[in-house]
Design a protein around this ligand. Structure first.
Ligand code: GLU
Length: 460
């Protein structure tokens, strides 16, 4: 049985790196018909972060990830942590330390002056005397004094930590009784039966401490998979400045969940040189031991490319539904098939599709002088007038090809190139020199509207 978990600290939203970790954990659990848990690590206990949990659930819902069981909040598990602290005290594997802040500070200064790494000096480790009066105690765990701790990591291989360099008898409960981060993570993972811990490699250095807790409590170790960070183009850890880090901002920008998940799974994992993965393929092929060892680079062009792939291959019905979020209502538009076919070819995002759609459906607000200069020449008026006459004379005008034939006839009759009609007509219809195919635009807006727009330009 595989049990994985996603264990975010509440930040108020789900960030893109978090979603990647969640996805990998989700895939591995689902692939093995196991369990995928969601645990909110609100260890500072100052608030029970309902809002953060809701934001995560909302993002999960949008991308289609489902966690099993109820959300676990660390803030509601205090009694459990206290119980395990007590177990360690009773077993002599943890102890009370009465060192004051001032003493700790003095020790740190001395060590720093000696150019040593500041660490606790174990002065209460075997203490049997009378505690100093009025002193408040923290609880420290007995860590190994020498040797090394090896993390057998499924991504990084064996990572050996020298005890002397990285460990001391660290605090597992503060003087007010609240437990500390590494302690609760280890206790929770063990009690929740997590078999495979998949998380960012910024947590690798916490792992030896967590292993100390596992061992002290006699819990079996899970498998660890530390996933390299996502970097920006400068080789630095991805930050807010590099674009949206909030998953829901990707919805606003018009990315589809399929593209985003596909993008994220490839950030850190590969299968040959395949780029496109459906959820079913991810489930079939993903294995955490194939996670890349080096950091991956966030590349928005890649995301755009994937997104346009998914948009092009999406049914118009689905597109129609998704575009509603972007303020475009096409359900009852009789030419919506032609419209969606035309714009999905040209857009990287749903937001771009919405803009293109609006540009087609609304008359140009005005005509820009620079555009006119470039595309509206001396003979343009005559060409457009001839085209309008030909349109009025045409019998059946429904499909883009019907309009195309009229255009062809006009250029043939006038003995001119296609550009002579294309440019001014484009300005008349869209107010600019780029955009979807004109035959499609005319089929969408219909002959009356086409004539009206041509007339507006001619009469301006
Ligand atoms: N709460 C940690 C974070 O949000 C994750 C801890 C873990 O996965 O072990 O970075």
């Amino acid at each position: 049985m595989v049990v994985t978990r996603f264990a975010p600290s509440p930040t108020g939203y789900l960030h893109i790196g978090g979603l990647r970790t969640a996805l990998l954990s989700y895939l591995w659990a689902r692939k093995n018909k196991g369990t995928f848990l969601l645990r909110i690590e609100d260890t500072d206990f100052s608030r029970n972060d309902e809002a953060a949990a809701l934001a995560i659930v909302e993002a999960f819902k949008w991308v289609g990830l489902k966690h099993d069981g109820a959300i676990e909040y660390q803030s509601s598990r205090l009694a459990i942590y206290q119980e395990y602290v007590q177990k360690l005290l009773d077993a002599g594997k943890a102890y009370k330390c009465y060192m004051s802040k001032e003493e700790l500070e003095t020790l740190r200064e001395e060590q720093t002056a000696r150019k040593e790494r500041p660490k606790y000096d174990n002065r209460y480790r075997d203490f049997t005397g009378t505690p100093p009066q009025d002193a408040e105690a923290v609880i420290r765990i007995k860590a190994p004094l020498e040797g090394s701790i090896t993390v057998h990591d499924g991504v990084k291989g064996d990572v050996v930590f020298n005890v002397h360099d990285i460990l001391d008898d660290f605090i597992i409960a503060r003087s007010d009784g609240t437990p500390t981060y590494n302690f609760v993570v280890a206790v929770d993972d063990a009690l929740m039966g997590v078999t495979d811990v998949i998380r960012g490699d910024d947590h690798l250095s916490n792992t030896p401490k967590q292993i100390v807790v596992y061992q002290a409590l006699g819990f079996p170790l899970p498998k660890f998979f530390h996933v390299p960070m996502i970097h920006n183009h400068d080789g630095k850890k991805l930050s807010k400045r590099d674009g949206a880090t909030d998953v829901m901002a990707y919805k606003t920008m018009g990315y589809t969940p399929e593209a985003l998940l596909n993008f994220l799974v490839r950030l850190g994992w590969s299968h040959g040189d395949q780029e496109i993965f459906s959820m079913d393929e991810m489930l079939e092929l993903f294995d955490p031991s194939d996670i890349n060892r080096s950091a991956s680079v966030y590349n928005v062009e890649k995301l755009d490319w994937l997104n346009s792939h998914y948009l092009k291959n999406m049914s118009n019905e689905k597109l129609c539904e998704l575009l509603e979020f972007h303020g475009v209502m096409l359900i009852s538009h009789d030419k919506r098939e032609i419209l969606l076919d035309a714009v999905k070819e040209r857009a990287k995002t749903l937001a771009e599709m919405a803009v293109l759609t609006a540009e087609i459906l609304a008359r140009p607000a005005g005509f820009d002088e620079a555009v006119l200069k470039k595309g509206y020449k001396e003979d343009s008026r005559e060409v457009l007038e001839n085209f309008a006459v030909a349109l009025k004379a045409a019998e059946e005008l429904h499909l883009p090809s019907d309009y195309h034939h009229v255009m062809e006839r006009v250029v043939a009759d006038m003995g001119i190139g296609f550009g002579k009609i294309g440019q001014p007509l484009r300005i008349a219809l869209l107010g600019k020199l780029s955009g979807p195919g004109l035959d499609s635009v005319m089929a969408i807006i219909g002959v009356e509207e086409t004539l009206a727009r041509i007339n507006t330009l001619i009469q301006r």
